[in-house]
Structure formats: structure tokens, C-alpha cells
Design a protein around this ligand. Sequence first.
Ligand SMILES: Cc1cc2nc3c(=O)[nH]c(=O)nc-3n(C[C@H](O)[C@H](O)[C@H](O)COP(=O)(O)O)c2cc1C
Length: 217
Amino acid sequence: MIEVNWMKSILYITANPKREELSNSLTVGRRLVNAYRSLNPDAAITEIDVYRQPIPLVNEHFLAARPKIAAGEVPDQLPPEEKEITERFYARTLQFMEADTYIFAFPLWNFGVPPLLKAYVDTIKVARKTFRYTPAGPEGLLKNKTAVLIQSSGDVYTTGPLREYEHGSRYLKSVLSFIGVERIETILMEGMDKSGGDATEKRNQAIERAVELAKTL
Ligand SMILES: Cc1cc2nc3c(=O)[nH]c(=O)nc-3n(C[C@H](O)[C@H](O)[C@H](O)COP(=O)(O)O)c2cc1C
């Protein structure tokens, strides 16, 4: 049997304006990326920091261009403002489609993902590129992809009174499975801001899990 040495391409997507060493989610994310790199030294790992790299926002020009693109126009045929946003936007879509594995690291903010991560989601959940509508219903177009979601939250949502309130990792999971990502792993650090809590221990457990997970990606 011929063994194919196929290197996966990884996108490490972070959404946190904090410095890495001050952030639970970014610290765990970095440990996962480092562990993966030490096991796969030649892997192509691209980092997208949505707070430090401009993520194109859906705006008036993008919305004007969208039906034209759907009708078959290419960006070069569009007015300059529409061409500019459209090219930047779909470059993100394409970059996502071409990767094999996604690692997301982010905090829970007001029960959801940070707003610039939502802006990034707008660039990856795109009709006719990452999903399509068929007579049988919507169909995800991504195949053979894996995602890891690393989320830190001040409170606890997997049990207790706030169970219904977590729309961060759950939202991202919905989006990713909708567009076809089959394997989605989550590393949740919960109750990280509770006084008298064991945040350091939880973070260390999350790091252990991340390092183990790296072996399976
Ligand atoms: C703007 C903002 C909103 C937040 N909203 C929530 C929230 O809705 N629920 C929660 O449990 N924690 C909330 N937190 C707390 C963070 O989720 C918590 O501190 C988390 O551990 C931060 O992760 P990090 O260390 O990776 O930044 C919020 C923090 C900020 C700054």
C-alpha cells in the first residue's frame, strides 16, 4: 500500500482582545496549537485573530454586490467599493473552505460569542459556498473537516439555572455542523470568575485535554 504523507492545514481562529497570557481561552488554544505543531512539525497553521486582523463586515456595498455575484457577475465587473468588500469577504470564505481543521478560542460574552467572531461567522456561513438549499432542505458543503471550540466563561452553563443561556459554543457548533463540519470537539472552562472557584485547576485540566486532543487531529 502506498502511504500518502498528507499534511493537514489548520486555521487557528482567536477572538479575544486580551493579551494571550491573561486569557484562559487563548492560553489553552496556544497549548493545543503548540502540541499539534510538535507532533506535526510541517503542518500549515494559519492564525486569524479577529480582533487584530480586519474581518470584513457585511455592509451596504456587500449587500448590493451579493445578488450580482449570485447572478454570475465577477468582482471585476462591480463598482470599486463593492469589488473591494466582496473580494476581501470571499477571500475569508475560501480560506476557510480550504482548511482541514479549525481551532476556535474565545470567551463567552453576554451569553454569546464576541461580536467580531460573529462577523467572522458571516464570512464562513455563505450560501452556495459552504451550504446550499436543496428540495430536501439545507445541505452543508464542507466535507471531512474537524473543529475544536475552546471557550471560557465566568459562570456555569452545562448544569444549573443558566443552562438555557449559553449561546456561544452552542451557536458556533450549530453553524459548523450546518455547513458540514462533522467532528466538533468542545473544551469548556466554566465558572472561571466565581469567587473561591478553582479556575487554575480547571484551566490546567483544559490544557491536559487540549494536549490529548492534539494527538487525534
Ligand atoms: C464583555 C464581557 C461579557 C461577558 N459576559 C459573560 C457572560 O455572559 N457569561 C459568563 O459566564 N461570563 C461572561 N463574561 C466573563 C468571561 O466569559 C470570563 O471572564 C472568561 O473566563 C473570559 O475568558 P478569557 O480569559 O479567555 O478572556 C464576560 C466578560 C466580558 C468582558
